[in-house]
Design a protein around this ligand. Structure first.
Ligand SMILES: C[S@@+](CC[C@H](N)C(=O)[O-])C[C@H]1O[C@@H](n2cnc3c(N)ncnc32)[C@H](O)[C@@H]1O
Ligand code: SF4
Length: 405
Protein backbone atom coordinates (compact mmCIF):
# COMPACT_ATOMS: atom_id res chain seq x y z
CA UNK A 1 0.00 0.00 0.00
CA UNK A 2 1.21 3.47 -0.80
CA UNK A 3 1.38 6.21 1.83
CA UNK A 4 0.82 9.97 1.65
CA UNK A 5 4.44 10.76 0.61
CA UNK A 6 3.70 8.89 -2.64
CA UNK A 7 1.90 11.99 -3.90
CA UNK A 8 5.24 13.79 -4.32
CA UNK A 9 6.42 12.00 -7.52
CA UNK A 10 2.95 12.49 -9.01
CA UNK A 11 3.06 16.22 -8.21
CA UNK A 12 6.58 16.44 -9.64
CA UNK A 13 5.23 15.11 -12.92
CA UNK A 14 2.32 17.55 -12.94
CA UNK A 15 4.08 20.72 -11.75
CA UNK A 16 7.34 21.11 -9.87
CA UNK A 17 6.20 24.14 -7.84
CA UNK A 18 3.24 22.17 -6.47
CA UNK A 19 5.49 19.30 -5.46
CA UNK A 20 7.77 21.78 -3.71
CA UNK A 21 4.92 23.32 -1.67
CA UNK A 22 3.66 19.89 -0.62
CA UNK A 23 7.21 18.83 0.22
CA UNK A 24 7.62 21.94 2.39
CA UNK A 25 4.41 21.03 4.21
CA UNK A 26 5.64 17.50 4.93
CA UNK A 27 9.11 18.77 5.89
CA UNK A 28 7.73 21.28 8.39
CA UNK A 29 5.65 18.54 10.00
CA UNK A 30 8.67 16.21 10.19
CA UNK A 31 10.85 18.90 11.79
CA UNK A 32 8.13 19.83 14.30
CA UNK A 33 7.76 16.15 15.21
CA UNK A 34 11.50 15.82 15.86
CA UNK A 35 11.80 18.93 18.05
CA UNK A 36 10.96 19.12 21.77
CA UNK A 37 7.34 20.12 22.37
CA UNK A 38 8.14 23.20 24.45
CA UNK A 39 6.16 26.43 24.44
CA UNK A 40 7.40 28.66 21.64
CA UNK A 41 6.24 30.35 18.47
CA UNK A 42 4.33 27.36 17.07
CA UNK A 43 2.86 29.60 14.39
CA UNK A 44 6.07 29.36 12.40
CA UNK A 45 5.64 25.55 12.23
CA UNK A 46 2.10 25.84 10.88
CA UNK A 47 2.09 23.90 7.61
CA UNK A 48 -1.54 23.19 6.77
CA UNK A 49 -4.60 25.36 7.40
CA UNK A 50 -8.09 23.95 6.82
CA UNK A 51 -10.88 26.34 5.88
CA UNK A 52 -14.17 24.68 6.73
CA UNK A 53 -16.13 27.17 4.67
CA UNK A 54 -19.74 26.33 5.37
CA UNK A 55 -21.92 24.16 7.59
CA UNK A 56 -24.33 23.61 4.69
CA UNK A 57 -24.44 20.59 2.43
CA UNK A 58 -26.64 19.51 -0.46
CA UNK A 59 -26.10 15.78 0.26
CA UNK A 60 -26.80 13.52 3.24
CA UNK A 61 -24.09 10.84 3.03
CA UNK A 62 -24.89 8.10 5.50
CA UNK A 63 -21.39 7.67 6.96
CA UNK A 64 -20.68 11.41 7.28
CA UNK A 65 -20.02 12.76 10.78
CA UNK A 66 -21.94 15.94 9.94
CA UNK A 67 -24.92 14.82 7.87
CA UNK A 68 -24.84 11.04 8.23
CA UNK A 69 -26.97 8.68 10.32
CA UNK A 70 -25.64 10.24 13.56
CA UNK A 71 -24.58 13.57 12.09
CA UNK A 72 -24.05 16.67 14.21
CA UNK A 73 -25.69 18.96 11.59
CA UNK A 74 -28.84 16.99 10.85
CA UNK A 75 -31.16 19.55 12.44
CA UNK A 76 -31.99 21.76 9.41
CA UNK A 77 -32.90 24.73 11.60
CA UNK A 78 -29.57 24.58 13.39
CA UNK A 79 -27.57 24.32 10.13
CA UNK A 80 -29.47 27.26 8.60
CA UNK A 81 -28.88 29.41 11.70
CA UNK A 82 -25.19 28.50 11.73
CA UNK A 83 -24.91 29.40 8.03
CA UNK A 84 -25.70 33.02 8.98
CA UNK A 85 -22.42 33.15 10.94
CA UNK A 86 -20.05 32.36 8.05
CA UNK A 87 -16.76 34.20 7.74
CA UNK A 88 -16.81 36.97 5.12
CA UNK A 89 -14.34 36.88 2.23
CA UNK A 90 -12.46 39.95 3.51
CA UNK A 91 -11.70 38.22 6.82
CA UNK A 92 -10.38 35.13 5.03
CA UNK A 93 -8.21 37.39 2.88
CA UNK A 94 -6.61 38.84 6.02
CA UNK A 95 -5.81 35.31 7.22
CA UNK A 96 -4.36 34.42 3.82
CA UNK A 97 -2.19 37.56 3.95
CA UNK A 98 -1.02 36.50 7.41
CA UNK A 99 -0.07 32.96 6.44
CA UNK A 100 1.36 33.65 2.97
CA UNK A 101 5.07 32.86 3.05
CA UNK A 102 4.68 30.69 6.18
CA UNK A 103 2.00 28.13 5.42
CA UNK A 104 2.48 26.15 2.20
CA UNK A 105 -0.95 24.48 2.02
CA UNK A 106 -4.59 25.55 2.41
CA UNK A 107 -7.30 22.90 2.23
CA UNK A 108 -10.92 23.99 1.79
CA UNK A 109 -13.84 21.78 2.77
CA UNK A 110 -17.21 21.95 4.52
CA UNK A 111 -20.14 21.01 4.43
CA UNK A 112 -20.00 21.41 0.72
CA UNK A 113 -17.43 24.14 -0.10
CA UNK A 114 -19.22 25.13 -3.32
CA UNK A 115 -22.07 26.40 -1.11
CA UNK A 116 -19.76 29.08 0.30
CA UNK A 117 -20.80 32.10 -1.79
CA UNK A 118 -17.28 33.46 -2.33
CA UNK A 119 -15.38 30.24 -2.96
CA UNK A 120 -14.20 31.35 -6.41
CA UNK A 121 -12.67 34.71 -5.38
CA UNK A 122 -11.20 33.09 -2.26
CA UNK A 123 -9.57 30.32 -4.32
CA UNK A 124 -8.03 32.86 -6.68
CA UNK A 125 -6.73 34.91 -3.76
CA UNK A 126 -5.05 31.90 -2.14
CA UNK A 127 -3.48 30.76 -5.44
CA UNK A 128 -2.23 34.27 -6.24
CA UNK A 129 -0.48 34.35 -2.86
CA UNK A 130 1.55 31.30 -3.89
CA UNK A 131 -0.17 28.85 -1.54
CA UNK A 132 -1.14 25.28 -2.54
CA UNK A 133 -4.93 25.41 -2.75
CA UNK A 134 -6.76 22.08 -2.41
CA UNK A 135 -10.53 21.73 -2.28
CA UNK A 136 -12.44 18.66 -1.12
CA UNK A 137 -15.88 18.60 -2.71
CA UNK A 138 -18.72 16.17 -3.24
CA UNK A 139 -18.37 17.14 -6.91
CA UNK A 140 -22.07 17.64 -7.58
CA UNK A 141 -21.71 21.41 -8.15
CA UNK A 142 -18.41 21.27 -10.00
CA UNK A 143 -19.57 21.40 -13.60
CA UNK A 144 -20.63 25.05 -13.66
CA UNK A 145 -17.33 26.23 -12.12
CA UNK A 146 -14.94 24.10 -14.21
CA UNK A 147 -13.84 26.84 -16.58
CA UNK A 148 -12.86 29.22 -13.77
CA UNK A 149 -11.22 26.54 -11.62
CA UNK A 150 -8.84 25.75 -14.46
CA UNK A 151 -8.35 29.41 -15.36
CA UNK A 152 -7.55 30.30 -11.74
CA UNK A 153 -5.16 27.34 -11.51
CA UNK A 154 -6.42 25.71 -8.32
CA UNK A 155 -3.83 23.17 -7.20
CA UNK A 156 -6.01 20.13 -6.44
CA UNK A 157 -9.67 19.24 -6.54
CA UNK A 158 -10.47 16.19 -4.41
CA UNK A 159 -13.80 14.71 -5.44
CA UNK A 160 -15.63 12.28 -3.21
CA UNK A 161 -17.02 9.20 -4.90
CA UNK A 162 -17.38 5.87 -3.17
CA UNK A 163 -18.70 3.32 -5.59
CA UNK A 164 -20.62 2.56 -8.74
CA UNK A 165 -23.80 4.50 -9.30
CA UNK A 166 -26.19 2.27 -7.37
CA UNK A 167 -24.14 1.88 -4.19
CA UNK A 168 -22.75 5.42 -4.35
CA UNK A 169 -26.20 6.96 -4.69
CA UNK A 170 -27.59 4.74 -1.94
CA UNK A 171 -24.88 6.13 0.39
CA UNK A 172 -24.53 9.69 -0.90
CA UNK A 173 -27.85 10.55 -2.52
CA UNK A 174 -29.78 9.98 -5.74
CA UNK A 175 -28.24 11.60 -8.79
CA UNK A 176 -24.90 12.29 -7.10
CA UNK A 177 -22.93 9.80 -9.23
CA UNK A 178 -24.07 11.31 -12.53
CA UNK A 179 -23.52 14.88 -11.32
CA UNK A 180 -19.96 14.00 -10.26
CA UNK A 181 -19.28 12.39 -13.67
CA UNK A 182 -20.43 15.57 -15.39
CA UNK A 183 -18.21 17.68 -13.12
CA UNK A 184 -15.14 15.56 -13.83
CA UNK A 185 -15.79 15.60 -17.57
CA UNK A 186 -16.11 19.39 -17.46
CA UNK A 187 -12.79 19.79 -15.61
CA UNK A 188 -11.02 17.47 -18.05
CA UNK A 189 -12.50 19.30 -21.04
CA UNK A 190 -11.36 22.66 -19.64
CA UNK A 191 -7.87 21.37 -18.87
CA UNK A 192 -7.59 20.28 -22.46
CA UNK A 193 -9.04 23.50 -23.85
CA UNK A 194 -6.84 25.70 -21.66
CA UNK A 195 -3.76 23.47 -22.12
CA UNK A 196 -3.44 23.13 -18.36
CA UNK A 197 -2.20 20.30 -16.13
CA UNK A 198 -4.05 21.91 -13.19
CA UNK A 199 -5.95 21.25 -11.09
CA UNK A 200 -4.56 17.90 -10.00
CA UNK A 201 -7.63 15.69 -10.13
CA UNK A 202 -8.00 13.58 -7.02
CA UNK A 203 -10.72 11.21 -5.92
CA UNK A 204 -11.46 10.26 -2.31
CA UNK A 205 -13.22 6.98 -1.69
CA UNK A 206 -14.37 6.25 1.85
CA UNK A 207 -14.35 2.53 2.57
CA UNK A 208 -17.49 1.21 4.26
CA UNK A 209 -19.13 -2.18 4.66
CA UNK A 210 -21.40 -1.15 1.76
CA UNK A 211 -18.74 -0.55 -0.94
CA UNK A 212 -15.56 -2.47 -0.10
CA UNK A 213 -16.31 -5.68 -1.99
CA UNK A 214 -16.72 -3.88 -5.31
CA UNK A 215 -13.80 -1.44 -5.08
CA UNK A 216 -11.82 -3.14 -7.82
CA UNK A 217 -14.60 -2.83 -10.39
CA UNK A 218 -15.23 0.72 -9.26
CA UNK A 219 -11.62 1.76 -9.76
CA UNK A 220 -11.67 0.26 -13.25
CA UNK A 221 -14.77 2.30 -13.97
CA UNK A 222 -12.85 5.50 -13.15
CA UNK A 223 -10.61 4.94 -16.20
CA UNK A 224 -12.21 7.76 -18.20
CA UNK A 225 -11.91 10.23 -15.32
CA UNK A 226 -8.20 10.92 -16.00
CA UNK A 227 -7.48 10.96 -12.28
CA UNK A 228 -4.03 11.96 -11.04
CA UNK A 229 -4.67 10.60 -7.56
CA UNK A 230 -7.11 8.18 -5.96
CA UNK A 231 -7.16 8.05 -2.14
CA UNK A 232 -8.77 5.15 -0.33
CA UNK A 233 -9.82 6.44 3.05
CA UNK A 234 -10.36 3.53 5.42
CA UNK A 235 -12.85 5.72 7.22
CA UNK A 236 -13.41 7.45 10.54
CA UNK A 237 -15.39 5.27 12.91
CA UNK A 238 -16.01 5.09 16.63
CA UNK A 239 -18.23 3.25 19.10
CA UNK A 240 -20.19 3.84 22.32
CA UNK A 241 -17.32 2.93 24.65
CA UNK A 242 -14.80 5.23 22.95
CA UNK A 243 -17.29 8.12 22.85
CA UNK A 244 -18.00 7.64 26.58
CA UNK A 245 -14.28 7.53 27.40
CA UNK A 246 -13.54 10.64 25.36
CA UNK A 247 -16.42 12.52 27.01
CA UNK A 248 -15.05 11.67 30.44
CA UNK A 249 -11.51 12.58 29.38
CA UNK A 250 -12.50 16.00 28.05
CA UNK A 251 -14.62 16.75 31.12
CA UNK A 252 -11.80 15.85 33.46
CA UNK A 253 -9.02 17.66 31.58
CA UNK A 254 -10.82 20.64 30.05
CA UNK A 255 -14.07 20.77 32.02
CA UNK A 256 -16.07 20.67 28.80
CA UNK A 257 -18.75 18.62 27.06
CA UNK A 258 -18.15 17.35 23.52
CA UNK A 259 -20.58 16.66 20.70
CA UNK A 260 -18.80 15.83 17.43
CA UNK A 261 -17.26 12.39 17.95
CA UNK A 262 -20.65 10.69 18.18
CA UNK A 263 -21.27 11.53 14.49
CA UNK A 264 -18.80 8.78 13.52
CA UNK A 265 -20.51 6.10 15.61
CA UNK A 266 -22.28 4.77 12.51
CA UNK A 267 -21.42 1.06 12.38
CA UNK A 268 -20.39 1.19 8.69
CA UNK A 269 -17.11 -0.40 9.81
CA UNK A 270 -18.85 -3.56 10.98
CA UNK A 271 -18.42 -6.96 9.29
CA UNK A 272 -15.74 -5.83 6.88
CA UNK A 273 -13.63 -8.86 5.92
CA UNK A 274 -10.12 -7.44 6.37
CA UNK A 275 -8.40 -10.19 4.39
CA UNK A 276 -10.68 -9.65 1.41
CA UNK A 277 -10.30 -5.88 1.61
CA UNK A 278 -6.53 -6.18 1.78
CA UNK A 279 -6.45 -8.40 -1.31
CA UNK A 280 -8.60 -5.89 -3.17
CA UNK A 281 -6.41 -2.96 -2.08
CA UNK A 282 -3.25 -4.84 -3.06
CA UNK A 283 -4.63 -5.39 -6.55
CA UNK A 284 -5.69 -1.79 -6.88
CA UNK A 285 -2.24 -0.59 -5.77
CA UNK A 286 -0.43 -2.69 -8.36
CA UNK A 287 1.03 -0.17 -10.83
CA UNK A 288 -0.11 -2.39 -13.68
CA UNK A 289 -3.69 -2.37 -12.38
CA UNK A 290 -6.23 -1.77 -15.11
CA UNK A 291 -4.12 -3.16 -17.93
CA UNK A 292 -6.46 -6.07 -18.67
CA UNK A 293 -7.77 -6.73 -22.17
CA UNK A 294 -5.07 -4.76 -23.96
CA UNK A 295 -5.88 -1.58 -22.00
CA UNK A 296 -3.20 0.78 -20.75
CA UNK A 297 -2.69 0.56 -16.96
CA UNK A 298 -4.58 3.17 -14.94
CA UNK A 299 -2.38 6.26 -14.74
CA UNK A 300 -3.43 7.54 -11.32
CA UNK A 301 -1.35 7.32 -8.14
CA UNK A 302 -3.33 5.34 -5.58
CA UNK A 303 -2.80 5.69 -1.82
CA UNK A 304 -4.48 4.29 1.27
CA UNK A 305 -5.04 6.26 4.46
CA UNK A 306 -3.78 4.75 6.65
CA UNK A 307 -1.57 2.25 4.84
CA UNK A 308 -1.62 -0.84 7.07
CA UNK A 309 0.04 -4.23 7.21
CA UNK A 310 -2.22 -6.91 5.67
CA UNK A 311 -2.98 -8.77 8.85
CA UNK A 312 -3.99 -5.58 10.64
CA UNK A 313 -6.85 -4.45 8.42
CA UNK A 314 -9.32 -6.55 10.41
CA UNK A 315 -8.16 -4.79 13.56
CA UNK A 316 -8.72 -1.38 11.97
CA UNK A 317 -12.42 -2.18 11.54
CA UNK A 318 -13.26 -4.67 14.27
CA UNK A 319 -11.14 -3.43 17.21
CA UNK A 320 -11.71 0.30 17.16
CA UNK A 321 -10.02 0.63 20.57
CA UNK A 322 -6.67 -0.63 19.23
CA UNK A 323 -4.48 2.30 18.10
CA UNK A 324 -2.80 2.07 14.68
CA UNK A 325 -1.26 5.57 14.69
CA UNK A 326 -0.26 7.77 17.64
CA UNK A 327 1.66 10.92 18.64
CA UNK A 328 -0.53 13.12 16.49
CA UNK A 329 1.41 16.14 15.19
CA UNK A 330 -1.69 18.15 14.23
CA UNK A 331 -1.76 20.54 17.27
CA UNK A 332 1.77 21.69 16.42
CA UNK A 333 1.45 22.04 12.67
CA UNK A 334 -2.20 22.30 11.57
CA UNK A 335 -5.35 24.17 12.43
CA UNK A 336 -8.92 24.29 11.18
CA UNK A 337 -10.85 27.53 10.79
CA UNK A 338 -14.50 26.71 11.22
CA UNK A 339 -17.25 28.34 9.11
CA UNK A 340 -17.98 30.81 11.93
CA UNK A 341 -14.32 31.78 12.40
CA UNK A 342 -13.65 29.57 15.41
CA UNK A 343 -10.21 28.00 15.31
CA UNK A 344 -9.60 24.47 16.53
CA UNK A 345 -6.96 21.84 15.94
CA UNK A 346 -9.01 18.78 15.04
CA UNK A 347 -10.87 19.33 11.77
CA UNK A 348 -13.65 16.82 12.45
CA UNK A 349 -14.11 17.61 16.15
CA UNK A 350 -14.87 21.30 16.62
CA UNK A 351 -15.28 21.06 20.40
CA UNK A 352 -12.14 22.72 21.77
CA UNK A 353 -12.00 26.28 20.42
CA UNK A 354 -8.72 28.19 20.74
CA UNK A 355 -9.95 31.55 19.36
CA UNK A 356 -11.83 33.22 16.53
CA UNK A 357 -10.33 34.92 13.47
CA UNK A 358 -13.04 37.58 13.54
CA UNK A 359 -11.46 38.87 16.78
CA UNK A 360 -7.74 37.99 16.72
CA UNK A 361 -4.86 37.20 14.39
CA UNK A 362 -4.20 33.55 13.65
CA UNK A 363 -0.74 33.89 15.17
CA UNK A 364 -2.16 35.11 18.48
CA UNK A 365 -4.69 32.29 18.47
CA UNK A 366 -2.18 29.58 17.53
CA UNK A 367 0.27 30.64 20.25
CA UNK A 368 -2.38 31.31 22.91
CA UNK A 369 -2.49 29.78 26.40
CA UNK A 370 -5.61 27.87 25.40
CA UNK A 371 -3.78 26.33 22.45
CA UNK A 372 -0.82 25.45 24.65
CA UNK A 373 -3.06 23.85 27.25
CA UNK A 374 -4.41 21.48 24.59
CA UNK A 375 -0.84 20.69 23.48
CA UNK A 376 0.29 20.04 27.06
CA UNK A 377 -2.58 17.63 27.74
CA UNK A 378 -2.25 15.68 24.49
CA UNK A 379 1.52 15.51 24.89
CA UNK A 380 1.15 14.07 28.40
CA UNK A 381 -1.49 11.53 27.32
CA UNK A 382 -0.59 7.90 26.61
CA UNK A 383 0.72 7.60 23.04
CA UNK A 384 0.43 11.38 22.61
CA UNK A 385 -3.28 11.23 21.80
CA UNK A 386 -6.73 11.26 23.38
CA UNK A 387 -9.04 8.22 23.62
CA UNK A 388 -11.24 9.67 20.84
CA UNK A 389 -8.33 10.03 18.38
CA UNK A 390 -8.22 6.29 17.60
CA UNK A 391 -9.52 6.42 14.01
CA UNK A 392 -9.34 10.19 13.43
CA UNK A 393 -8.59 10.93 9.76
CA UNK A 394 -5.88 13.47 10.60
CA UNK A 395 -4.20 11.07 12.99
CA UNK A 396 -4.34 8.39 10.28
CA UNK A 397 -2.66 10.78 7.83
CA UNK A 398 -0.23 12.55 10.14
CA UNK A 399 0.16 10.39 13.25
CA UNK A 400 3.16 8.16 13.88
CA UNK A 401 2.91 4.61 12.58
CA UNK A 402 2.77 2.20 15.52
CA UNK A 403 5.22 -0.70 15.16
CA UNK A 404 3.55 -3.70 13.56
CA UNK A 405 0.80 -1.68 11.89
C1 LIG B 1 -16.93 15.85 5.28
S1 LIG B 1 -16.54 15.90 3.58
C2 LIG B 1 -16.66 17.63 3.21
C3 LIG B 1 -16.39 17.94 1.76
C4 LIG B 1 -17.45 17.54 0.77
N1 LIG B 1 -18.77 17.74 1.23
C5 LIG B 1 -17.26 16.10 0.33
O1 LIG B 1 -18.08 15.26 0.63
O2 LIG B 1 -16.23 15.84 -0.32
C6 LIG B 1 -14.77 15.64 3.56
C7 LIG B 1 -14.37 14.23 3.20
O3 LIG B 1 -14.74 13.35 4.24
C8 LIG B 1 -15.20 12.15 3.67
N2 LIG B 1 -15.98 11.40 4.66
C9 LIG B 1 -17.29 11.38 4.87
N3 LIG B 1 -17.60 10.53 5.87
C10 LIG B 1 -16.45 10.00 6.31
C11 LIG B 1 -16.08 9.05 7.30
N4 LIG B 1 -16.96 8.49 8.11
N5 LIG B 1 -14.79 8.74 7.44
C12 LIG B 1 -13.84 9.34 6.68
N6 LIG B 1 -14.12 10.25 5.73
C13 LIG B 1 -15.39 10.57 5.54
C14 LIG B 1 -15.97 12.63 2.46
O4 LIG B 1 -16.21 11.61 1.54
C15 LIG B 1 -15.03 13.69 1.93
O5 LIG B 1 -14.06 13.11 1.08
S1 SF4 C 1 -21.24 15.66 0.76
FE1 SF4 C 1 -19.58 15.74 2.27
S2 SF4 C 1 -20.30 17.03 3.97
FE2 SF4 C 1 -22.07 16.53 2.65
S3 SF4 C 1 -23.00 14.82 3.66
FE3 SF4 C 1 -21.57 14.01 2.12
S4 SF4 C 1 -19.57 13.70 3.16
FE4 SF4 C 1 -20.90 15.00 4.47
Amino acid sequence: MKINYSVLPMLYRVKFSLMWKMFMGFAKMAVARALPKEKKNHFKDLSLVYFKLTPLCNLRCKMCGQYGDKGSMLDAGYAAAEAKTIVPLETYKKVVDEIAGTVPIVYAWGGEPFLYPDLMPLGKYVVDKGIYFAVNTNGTLLERHAEQIVRDQWSTVFISLDAFKETNDEMRGKGSYDAVCRGIAAINAEKKKQHSSLPVLGMVTVVTNRNYQKLEEFVLATRDFNLDLHMFNLGTYTNDAIVAEQKEFMKKNFDMDIEFLEGYNTGYNENIDGKLLYDILQKIHDHKFGSQDGQKALGSTRITVPALNPEKINIYYSELDTPVRNHCIVPWTHCNINYNGDVHFCADYADYIIGNIKNSSLKEIYNSDKANKFRDVINASPGGMFPGCLRCYQNMLFGKRIKGF
